[in-house]
Design a protein around this ligand. Structure first.
Ligand code: ADP
Ligand code: TPW
Ligand code: MG
Length: 580
C-alpha cells in the first residue's frame, strides 16, 4: 500500500456512508488545478467524456479538437510557449495512438507535454481478452517519450501527476505519458484524505547551475576567437532568459545566427544578426558557441562542406550533459539551464570581453547587406500569378508592423522561404515544423498560440502542409480565435506541375488544380478570401488581423513556383538507374 493510501485509511475513521467522498474524476481535476494546469487540449469519448465535462464545469479550459494529433501538437507548443507542460487528453487505443505522434514530437523537440489517455481494464488487457479499444498503451508509449506512468488507485493520482510534471519540465524538457485506466475515474475515497493526497509541485524545473571551471573555460575559448559566432536555438527561446541572452550577445559583439524558432530572441534586424550571411559565418568562423541548439541535421552535424575548411572550436550550453560531443568534439561544454549559464558567463566575462577583430565583423556585415540588397527587389514584385517572393514580401511588412503577432509556418518552399524572408522582432513569435520538419503542426499550433498568449496568429501554410490539420478550422471558428491562415496554394507538394508520364492518374505530388481553400472556412462561419495578387493578399491579411475574425486566405501561387523539397532537396535519395 502506498503512503498516500495509508494516510487515506488513517484519515477515514468514520463509516463510508457518513463520509464526504471524492472520486478519481475530481481528484484528477483538483490535482491539475492545484498545479496551475488549467487548459486541456483533447478529443472526448469513452472513458473521458464525463471527465471533460466535469473539468470544464470546474473552470478548466477544455478545447475540443477534431483529431487528437492536432490537440497533441497544440499541447506541445503550449509547453514551449509557457514552460508548463501542455496537457493533451485522449481516449484509449486509437485516440491514444493519434496523440502519440505529438508526444514523440514534443520529446524530439524538447517541449514539455503530458499526454493523458484513458485506457481499458488492466485485467483484460494483460490477458489480451479483447476489451473495447484494448491496447497496452503504457508499453507502446514508453520508447517514444521521456517518461511514462500509470495510476491504478485514486489515492495515487496526486503523486502520479507530480511525477509527470517533474519528468516533463525538469532537465531537458520532453513528453510524458500518463495512463489512467477507466476504472480509476470512478474510484471513491474520503474527500479529506483525497485532498491530502494531492501534491503541489514545488520548483518543478530547478535551476541547474553550471560549474565555475566550465564557465571560465568557455569564456577563455570565446576570448581567444578571431572569428566568433553565436548560434541561438529554440532551447534559448524556451528558457525565457531573453534579457540575459541579449546582454551577453551584445557584450561579446559576435555575429549571431538564430535557428528557426530562436528568431526574434534578438531582432533579426539587430546589427549583429548574421541570418542573411549564414553560409559565410558557418564556413569561416573559428569559435562557435551554441546556446540551446543541437548539432543535428539542421546544422549539418557540425562538420562537412557547410562548415568549411577552417578548424572549429565548439562551446556548447545545454541542460543535457549527454548532448555534448554528440556529433563533434565540444571543447568547452557548459551544462546547466540557459538562464543560469548565461548569467554566469556574463559575470565571468565582467567588462573584459574583447571586441571581435574588425575584419571579421566587416566580412559578415558586408555579405549580409549584399544578400539583403539582392533580395529586396524580388520582395516588391506584384506578379500575377504570385511567386513566393511577392507574397512573402507583403507578409514580411505585415509582421514588421505587427511584431507581437505569432507566426506559424509549415510547408517546404513555404517554410524555407518564409523563414529567410520574414524578420522576427520578439522572442517566441515564430513556431514551426521543428526538429523533424513535420507537416501537420499548423492548426494545432495556431490554436494553442491564440489560447496561451491571447495574441493574434498568422499561419503561413503550404497547401499540402495545411491539409494535414485543415479540419481544425472548424475548431478555430468554434472558439472564435484570432487566427488568419494564409495558404500558399501552388497546387501541390513543392510544385503543381508534375505529370504522370504513363497513365491518367495524377502525379503523386499534385492536387486538384485551382482548389478554393477559402471556401472551406465559410462552411463554419469564418471569412474566406481568394487572393490572386500581392496587393489583394496585403489587404486581406490586414483586414483579418484588424478584425480578429477567423480568416482563411487562399493565396494563388504560380504552380511552377517552388523547388523540389524546398531548401533540402540534397537530402533526397536519387535513383542511379536510367529512368524508364
Ligand atoms: P534548434 O532546433 O533551434 O537548433 P534544438 O531543439 O536542436 O534547437 O536544441 C534545443 C536544445 O536546448 C536541446 O539540446 C535542449 O536540451 C536544450 N534546452 C532546452 N531547454 C533548456 C534550458 N532551459 N536550459 C538549457 N538548455 C535547454
Ligand atoms: C508528417 C514530407 C515535406 S514538405 C511536404 C511534405 C508532404 C509538403 C510540401 O508542400 P507544401 O509546400 O506544404 O504545399 P510548398 O510551398 O513547397 O508547395 N509527412 C509528414 N511530414 C513531412 N515532412 C512529410 C510528410 C513533406
Ligand atoms: Mg504547395
Amino acid at each position: 500500500m502506498s503512503d498516500a493510501a495509508v494516510k487515506a485509511r488513517e484519515a477515514a475513521p468514520t463509516p463510508e456512508a457518513e463520509q464526504e467522498l471524492t472520486d478519481g474524476f475530481n481528484l484528477i481535476i483538483d490535482a491539475l488545478k492545484l498545479n496551475g494546469l488549467t487548459t486541456i487540449y483533447g478529443v472526448p469519448g469513452i472513458p473521458i467524456t464525463d471527465f471533460g465535462r466535469m473539468a470544464q464545469a470546474a473552470g478548466i479550459r477544455v478545447l475540443s479538437f477534431r483529431h487528437e494529433q492536432n490537440a497533441g501538437y497544440a499541447a506541445s507548443i503550449a509547453g514551449f510557449l509557457t514552460k508548463k507542460p501542455g496537457i493533451c487528453l485522449t481516449v484509449s487505443a486509437p485516440g491514444f495512438l493519434n496523440g502519440l505522434t505529438a508526444l514523440a514530437h514534443a520529446t524530439t523537440n524538447c517541449f514539455p507535454m503530458i499526454l493523458i489517455s484513458g485506457s481499458s481494464e488492466r485485467e483484460i488487457v494483460d490477458l489480451q481478452q479483447g476489451d473495447y479499444e484494448e491496447m497496452d498503451q503504457l508499453a507502446v508509449a514508453k520508447p517514444l517519450c521521456k517518461a511514462a506512468f500509470r495510476v491504478l488507485h485514486a489515492q495515487d493520482i496526486g503523486i502520479g501527476l507530480a511525477r509527470a510534471i517533474r519528468a516533463a519540465v525538469s532537465g531537458r524538457p520532453g513528453g510524458v505519458y500518463l495512463d489512467l485506466p477507466a476504472k480509476l475515474f470512478g474510484q471513491v475515497m474520503n474527500a479529506e484524505a483525497g485532498k491530502k493526497s494531492l501534491v503541489k509541485v514545488i520548483d518543478p524545473a530547478p535551476a541547474q547551475i553550471p560549474a565555475p571551471e566550465a564557465v571560465k573555460r568557455a569564456v577563455d575559448v570565446l576570448k581567444s576567437a578571431k572569428r566568433p559566432l553565436i548560434i541561438l536555438g529554440k532551447g534559448a527561446a524556451y528558457a525565457q532568459a531573453d534579457d540575459a541572452i541579449r546582454r551577453f550577445v551584445e557584450q561579446t559583439g559576435a555575429p549571431f545566427l538564430p535557428m528557426s524558432m530562436a528568431k526574434g530572441l534578438l531582432p533579426d534586424t539587430h546589427p549583429q544578426c548574421a541570418g542573411a550571411a549564414r553560409s559565410t559565418v558557418l564556413a569561416q568562423s573559428d569559435v562557435v558557441m551554441l546556446i540551446g541548439a543541437r548539432l543535428n541535421w539542421l546544422l549539418s552535424h557540425g562538420k562537412g562542406k557547410a562548415w568549411g575548411t577552417e578548424p572549429k572550436k565548439f562551446i556548447q550550453i545545454d541542460i543535457e550533459p549527454k548532448e555534448m560531443d554528440s556529433n563533434v568534439e565540444i571543447v568547452a561544454p557548459v551544462v546547466g539551464d540557459i538562464g543560469s549559464c548565461v548569467e554566469a558567463l556574463l559575470k565571468e566575462a565582467g567588462n573584459g570581453m574583447p571586441a571581435p577583430p574588425a575584419d571579421w565583423i566587416k566580412t559578415v556585415t558586408s555579405k549580409r547587406d549584399e544578400n539583403i540588397a539582392k533580395m529586396a527587389p524580388r520582395l516588391m514584385n506584384n506578379n500575377v500569378p504570385m511567386d513566393y517572393h511577392g507574397a512573402l514580401g507583403v507578409l514580411r511588412t505585415i509582421v514588421k508592423e505587427r511584431p507581437d503577432a505569432i507566426l506559424v509556418n509549415e510547408g517546404a518552399n513555404t517554410l524555407d522561404l518564409a523563414r529567410g524572408i520574414i524578420d522576427m522582432y520578439q522572442p517566441r513569435k515564430r513556431i514551426d515544423v521543428g526538429t523533424w520538419g513535420i507537416m501537420g503542426i499548423g492548426m494545432g499550433y495556431a490554436i494553442a498560440a491564440a489560447i496561451e498568449t491571447g495574441k493574434p496568429v498568422l499561419a503561413v501554410e503550404g497547401d499540402s502542409a495545411f491539409g494535414f490539420s485543415g479540419m481544425e478550422i472548424e475548431t478555430i471558428c468554434r472558439y472564435n480565435l484570432p487566427v488568419c491562415i494564409v495558404i500558399f496554394n501552388n497546387d501541390g507538394i513543392y510544385r503543381g506541375t508534375d505529370v504522370n508520364s504513363v497513365g491518367t492518374d495524377p502525379a503523386p505530388t499534385v492536387f486538384v488544380k485551382g482548389a478554393r481553400y477559402d471556401r472551406m472556412i465559410e462552411a463554419f462561419g469564418g471569412v474566406g478570401v481568394n487572393a490572386t495578387s500581392p496587393d489583394e493578399l496585403k489587404r486581406a491579411v490586414n483586414a483579418a488581423m484588424d478584425s480578429g475574425k477567423p480568416t482563411l486566405i487562399n493565396a494563388v501561387l504560380d504552380p511552377a513556383a517552388g523547388s523540389e523539397s524546398g531548401r533540402i532537396g540534397n537530402l533526397n535519395p536519387q535513383s542511379k538507374l536510367k529512368k524508364k
